[in-house]
Design a protein around this ligand. Structure first.
Ligand SMILES: Nc1ccn([C@@H]2O[C@H](COP(=O)(O)OP(=O)(O)OP(=O)(O)O)[C@@H](O)[C@H]2O)c(=O)n1
Length: 394
């Protein structure tokens, strides 16, 4: 099975033709060996950044201080990074300095896990100085060299370990697992944005329950800004079909005030909107409210995760599957305001009155009338309904 896109293969070929070494590296090689479709193909080369720029006519300096040049090939952007070692990591996050080197092995040595320290040549030869292929076969996450060093260099790797446990279902090798526990407090050096990105990936992993257990057993959860006490409950809400479903369960199981959660993990406005809706829907569900109003006002996604959490917390209570929710929602006369057959212009025309606040109020009433079956959603029926109601109120 040949690896890489035509564009990425061409970039490797041209670097080699110019007399440099060039190989595929990183997560895409790992995923390829796992039989998964590889995305985000990275190329590493012995050429210095200035030399890479000499080989190609279309390049961009995206991270040249770290050795990365973006090469445009057949309209596709390809990242090419010079083999490098990294200096000290004063803040446990970013290296203070990088040194460009001509040796691939030196470059692979600075990487986090054996499964990520593999390189693939254009001919499909796997360069694997740290036994990454064997670990992939054994389904093991093992740090390259000394695990303490790897985590101390870059504390994000601590969360990456658990994220990979979630997405790949791999076990963590003993020394790496010990180092994970011992270095847990370093998580404090990572920005919440980065933690959030890793948690997003962790939530949608196929093995999320196992990963959540690892997180707690390694005491990593204590270092996170917020974490629910009831880990079993959180797991019971899994699997999650999107990161937001994971955060919703996290919020409800943890009994967190949504505002505290938003602040702690710096969530986006879009995330906040979704989670606020889940929080409200859950309260209504608890209060025994589940009817036309809820079906109408919440999206299928909000309803689905709310039901899932409700079921996990109250397993003996009745629960609706996504198919049932979808069917019930589908039976509503309208799905949203936009489906209403009339608009403000119609109301102005029928009454001869000018626009104003009253329009919104009457459109809302028309929406409820249709939703609750008091009027059919056609222009003719709505006109009749409206004129009689309007006259009655005048
Ligand atoms: N904290 C990190 C992040 C990345 N890497 C190295 O850089 C490569 C590329 O990292 P990234 O683009 O983040 O990809 P992966 O995390 O490996 O995979 P995915 O794309 O699935 O997130 C990794 O494979 C690994 O060799 C590392 O050593 N330490």
């Amino acid at each position: 099975m040949s690896f890489g896109t035509a564009a990425s293969r061409e970039v490797v070929r041209q670097l080699m033709d110019a007399g440099y070494e060039a190989v595929f590296v990183g997560g895409s090689v790992r995923d390829h060996l796992l039989g998964k479709e590889a995305s985000d193909i990275d190329i590493a080369t012995s050429a210095m950044p200035t030399e890479v720029k000499e080989v190609f006519s279309h390049t961009f300096d995206v991270g040249i201080q770290h050795g990365t040049v973006l090469v445009m090939m057949y309209g596709e952007p390809i990242e090419v990074t010079t083999y490098r070692t990294e200096g000290t990591y004063a803040d446990h996050r970013r290296p203070d300095e990088v040194h460009f080197v001509r040796s691939l092995e030196e470059d692979l040595k600075r990487r986090d896990f054996t499964m990520n320290a593999l390189a693939l040549t254009l001919d499909g030869l796997c360069i694997d100085p740290f036994g990454g292929q064997e670990d992939i076969k054994k389904r093991l996450i093992r740090a390259v060299g000394n695990a303490d060093d790897r985590f101390q260099e870059d504390a994000l790797r601590i969360i990456r370990t658990v994220r990979f446990a979630s997405t790949l279902g791999f076990a963590i090798e003993k020394d790496t697992a010990n180092a994970l526990k011992n270095n847990a407090p370093l998580i404090g050096h990572i920005s919440v944005e980065r933690i959030k990105t890793e948690m997003d990936k962790l939530f949608i992993g196929k093995y999320v329950e196992r990963a959540l257990t690892i997180l707690v057993e390694s005491n990593l959860h204590r270092e996170l800004p917020l974490f629910p006490q009831e880990i079993g409950m959180l797991s019971a809400c899994a699997p999650f079909s999107s990161p937001l479903h994971g955060w919703a369960a996290f919020m409800i199981v943890g009994k967190f005030n949504p505002q505290d959660l938003f602040k702690a993990y710096k969530l986006s406005n879009q995330d906040k909107q979704f989670l606020t809706a889940v929080s409200e829907a859950f309260q209504e569900r608890l209060a025994g409210k589940f009817g036309t109003d809820q079906l109408y006002k919440y999206t299928e996604s909000v309803l689905q995760i709310t039901e899932r959490i409700f079921h996990a917390l109250y397993p003996n209570k009745e629960y609706m599957t996504i198919e049932e929710l979808r069917e019930m929602k589908g039976k509503l006369p309208i799905q949203s305001k936009e489906d209403l057959c009339i608009n403000g212009k119609d109301l102005m025309e029928w009454t001869g009155q000018r626009g104003g606040k009253w329009l919104g109020e009457w459109l809302y009433r028309a929406e409820r009338a249709v939703l609750y079956g008091q009027c059919i959603n056609t222009s003719k029926h709505l006109k009749e309904w409206f004129l009689s109601e309007f006259k009655r109120q005048a």
